[in-house]
Design a binder for this molecule. Structure first.
Ligand code: VJV
Ligand code: CA
Ligand code: ZN
Length: 390
């Protein structure tokens, strides 16, 4: 097997609990927690675990989750069982809290939520204590969950909980979201504060693509007394965006945001459903382009909390997150682009066994983002940033 030498770079911590991976959303539900097992297998086959501090994530406590979520919602989440789905006396709460096909009630649901949330809270605390400079929780990133509502495969918003921890030590936190879906839950949680700047890149189509929010002019409630006005940046994209255009846009938008806002910590959600060939996504990005966003975010040298998110073609999710792990530990240049035999032999990565298959060529969607469309976004972001002072 390969061995990656401990690099001179940042101190990187890895937060995970393998019990998360064993949960099932149900037959043919697109969210597959075993993609995390695949990711871990790749990371270990490359020997990357030797270059990080590994922490077994503990379960977030009820009280920790209740720092954002309402207690009646948390109470329901804690006691609900799969059989309740068909019990009429539970129906009202099931509807009220938005459980159903997207957010099913499965065995161990509360355990699943508290473990992925615990990983993100732990990661944020390590950053605050200076025990880590880059903290990773690939099981987190569940950006749709609301105060009192499950949404889009998300039940507890671990990102909001992580940011709340960071805000105890950091005056300003910037949140970046490259999942193909709009990071609505995080945006909404902080839309009345100027201490968090949220930036989401996503497919936008108000009546066709989930969740339907995140238009360019959706910049947070602009009431004159709201300090959070203008502190939501949205980059709505159309089908088929490709590597070079996405990377250029990411550099321009994020570079300008960091320069103006001057955050003291960054949270990066790396949803891998923005890759080409994703079961739910519609972009044409390759693993390297997705990783280039992680690499650019790291160049600011700020405490960095990295979480996962969407990603519905598990073999590609694991490729992207393993590659991004290598970027974070400064080992990407020394990684063999052919997947080590030990994992490759166990299926999933054939026939090419490449860490970088040509995703954009395998199911090329027409690129509906022309130059003028993207230039208009960049200009609008620059105009919005005039309201933002770090
Ligand atoms: O588009 C929707 C909502 C509907 C109602 C519910 N049906 C099932 C689907 C259409 C309007 N939901 C999206 C949610 C996407 C969540 C993305 C989460 C993240 O990546 O941003 C962060 C983790 C949606 N798109 C596709 C599906 N739901 C979907 C759900 C299923 C399914 C197939 C597709 C649920 C169960 C089963 N198949 C068996
Ligand atoms: Ca997004
Ligand atoms: Zn998504």
């Amino acid at each position: 097997t390969y061995k990656v030498p401990r690099p001179q770079g940042y101190r990187v911590s890895w937060h995970a609990n393998p019990a998360v991976e064993l949960h099932h959303f149900g037959q043919s539900h697109p969210m597959k927690p075993w993609r995390l097992t695949l990711t871990k297998q790749l990371v270990m086959a490359y020997g990357m675990h030797h270059a990080m501090d590994l922490y077994l994530a503990r379960a977030a406590t009820y009280e920790e989750m209740a720092e954002f979520h309402e207690s009646d919602y948390m109470d329901f989440l804690r006691q609900v069982m799969p059989a309740d789905m068909d019990r009429s006396e539970m129906g009202e709460d099931i509807v009220r809290f938005n459980f159903g096909d997207d957010c099913p009630i499965f065995d161990g649901l509360y355990n699943y939520c508290s473990l992925y949330a615990g990983g993100t809270v732990d990661a944020a605390r390590k950053l605050c204590n200076d025990q880590s400079e880059i903290a990773i929780n690939w099981s987190g990133g569940l950006h749709h969950a609301k105060k009192s509502e499950a949404s889009g495969f998300c039940y507890v918003n671990d990102i909001v909980l992580g940011i709340l921890q960071l805000l105890r030590h950091h005056p300003r936190v910037m949140y970046i979201d490259i999942d193909v879906h709009h990071g609505d839950g995080v945006e909404q949680a902080f839309w009345s504060t100027d201490r968090v700047l949220t930036v989401s890149f996503h497919k936008y189509d108000k009546d066709g693509f989930f969740p339907g929010t995140g238009a360019l002019d959706d910049t947070g409630p602009t009431h004159p007394l709201n300090p959070g006005a203008h502190h939501s940046i949205n980059v709505p994209l159309n089908d088929g965006i490709e590597d070079d255009a996405y990377i250029a846009l990411f550099h321009e938008v994020i570079g300008a945001c960091v320069k103006n806002y001057r955050p003291s910590a960054i949270v990066l959600q790396c949803g891998a459903d923005s890759l080409g060939c994703d079961r739910l996504g519609c972009f044409n990005l390759n693993v390297r382009a997705h990783g280039a966003c992680v690499a650019f975010t790291k160049t600011f040298g700020l405490p960095l909390l990295v979480v996962g998110g969407g990603g519905y073609t598990p073999r590609n999710v694991s490729r992207a997150w393993a590659h991004e792990t290598s970027i974070l530990i400064d080992a990407d240049k020394s990684l063999n682009p052919t997947i080590p035999e030990t994992v490759a032999a166990r299926n999933h990565f054939g026939p090419d066994y490449s860490l970088f298959p040509p995703l954009s060529e395998m199911r090329r969607l027409e690129n509906k983002n022309d130059r003028a469309y993207l230039e208009n976004i960049v200009q609008a972001v620059h105009e919005q940033l005039r309201y933002i002072k770090g």
